[in-house]
Design a protein. Structure first.
Length: 28
């Protein structure tokens, strides 16, 4: 199911962005 794959990829990328922002904010 391509739709489920795309939804999972979007969710993973969103989570990675969130973690990156939290990590960058935590460094300062």
């Amino acid at each position: 199911e391509p739709l489920k794959v795309w939804r999972t990829l979007a969710l993973v990328s969103l989570l990675c962005n969130l973690l990156a922002v939290i990590w960058l904010m935590g460094r300062h």
